[in-house]
Ligand binder design. Structure first.
Ligand code: AMP
Ligand code: GLY
Length: 427
């Protein structure tokens, strides 16, 4: 089969690396890809949201399946675009249509969905210009801190968590009346703060049946001790010691099944990944958010832990035969450490030459933001690499990744030195 992956991050490199192992793969294309994906297939320099260029590429290369990495093309309707075209409609797209992508594209939609289908989540109310005057009274029913979420996609920046009610009201006005997050904040969800410990659970579904992929914990903030600004993710581990079999069973019964059945009831034919951001609140799972894609850097630990042929599973998704597919997971622990550009998540410089990638030891170096120029690897993003290693324990896995991370050099390299440390002695 000829496969096209859309996207350019570590997630897409992990997909490319895994698909390249499949005996069924003939040619792999990645658009636009990075210096890492170029080792697994052919990069094509077109944007993941340039649907016309993607259409031409699919025709030209005889692509048999498209795997969509990031949320933007899904929310913008790449799957619907394929279905509307007489030739493209025969080519499966892994990733939901616009209706399903609303689970991520609109916080208001996803909260309504969860309440409609009895999925545990924080109490909430949505506000617009029309009912902003009622926000004060609703906030008085909540215990601080207050969680404010811009309804639309806001590049991961649309969530504010504020202790002070006056500040929360001011920020609500900034979002709704002063367009702090552009039109993404025309509607704002205010919700109850969930106390607990966070993890991510991933589901692959063909719209009828599903496979629960290994869970992961992401390290979101830039600084050691999870301090400082929020980032796209500074590291991840899988499995998660506080998500044992009993907890995952609860997630399946209380969240995954009602979600899949809810999509069916709502007439949403969802074929792709669902990323469920969860809070473990004293052993009870509650949904923080849905995403219509895999997480990054979680994919860089989840995909390596999947033993089965990913291409075979994706074919099951496309043909709605996922229930027939074999699915097995590697028991060892995977940990990934993300190397970023100095300054990230604020301004940073690009195009720094990278050396030392040959010293990968026992690790796998997934590229997140790199570009090839005259056979040299240059930095090309805030997150530059995700270094994944396996171990019998979290400590063993992260130690290997830190060792490899030390060997990679580029100007102003930075990574967190405490990935997984909070979980090493978890009881
Ligand atoms: P989101 O963009 O929805 O992933 O939110 C960003 C981060 O804010 C999440 O990963 C959580 O750490 C935090 N968060 C969001 N909603 C809540 C909530 N209701 N209670 C506690 N923390 C939350
Ligand atoms: N690591 C979080 C995300 O992919 O949204």
């Amino acid at each position: 089969m000829n496969i096209l992956i859309l996207g350019s991050g570590g997630r897409e490199h992990a997909f490319a690396w895994k698909l390249a192992k499949s005996k069924q793969l003939e040619n792999l294309y990645i658009a636009p890809g990075n210096a890492g994906t170029a080792q697994c297939g052919t990069n094509v320099n077109i944007s993941a949201t340039d649907f016309n260029a993607i259409k031409n590429l699919v025709w030209e290369k005889g692509i048999d399946m498209v795997l969509v990495g990031p949320e933007d093309p899904l929310v913008l309707g790449i799957h619907d675009y394929f279905l509307k075209d007489d030739v493209l409609k025969e080519i499966p797209v892994i990733g939901p249509k616009m209706d399903g992508a609303q689970l991520e594209g609109s916080k208001n939609f996803s909260k309504q969905f969860m309440f409609r289908h009895g999925v545990p989540t924080a109490k909430y109310k949505s506000f617009t210009k029309q009912n902003i005057a009622e926000a004060s009274a609703f906030m008085d029913t909540l215990t601080p801190p207050y969680v404010l979420k811009a309804d639309g996609l806001a590049a991961g920046k649309g969530v504010l968590i504020l202790d002070d009610s006056r500040e929360a009201k001011r920020e609500l006005e900034n979002m709704i009346l002063n367009a702090k997050f552009g039109s993404a904040g025309n509607t704002v969800v205010i919700e109850e703060f969930l106390k607990g410990i966070e993890l991510s659970v991933f589901v692959l579904t063909d719209g009828k049946s599903y496979k629960i992929l290994p869970p992961a914990k992401d390290y979101k903030r830039i600084g050691v001790g999870d301090k400082g600004l929020n980032t796209g993710g500074m590291g991840a581990v899988s499995p998660v010691p506080f998500a044992d079999e009993a907890f995952i069973k609860k997630v399946e019964e209380k969240i995954v099944k009602p979600t899949i059945n809810g999509l069916l009831k709502d007439g949403i034919d969802y074929r792709g990944f669902i990323f469920i951001g969860l809070m473990n609140c004293d052993g009870e799972p509650s949904v923080i958010e849905y995403n219509c894609r895999m997480g990054d850097p979680e994919t860089e630990v989840v995909i390596p832990r999947i033993e089965s042929d990913l291409l075979d599973l994706l074919q099951g998704v496309a043909a709605q035969t996922l229930h027939e597919k074999q699915f097995s997971v590697i028991n060892d622990t995977a940990a990934t450490v993300v190397l970023v550009s100095g300054g990230y998540p604020e301004d940073y410089e690009k195009y720094k030459e990278v050396t030392g990638l040959e010293h990968n030891g026992d690790s796998h170096i997934f590229h997140s933001g790199t570009i090839l120029k005259d056979d040299k690897v240059l930095t090309n993003g805030g997150r530059v690499f995700a270094v994944t290693s396996f171990g019998k324990t979290i400590l063993e896995a992260v130690t290997k990744s830190f060792k490899t991370a030390e060997c990679i050099s580029y100007e102003k390299k930075y990574y967190r030195t405490d990935i997984g440390k909070d979980l090493i002695n978890w009881k």
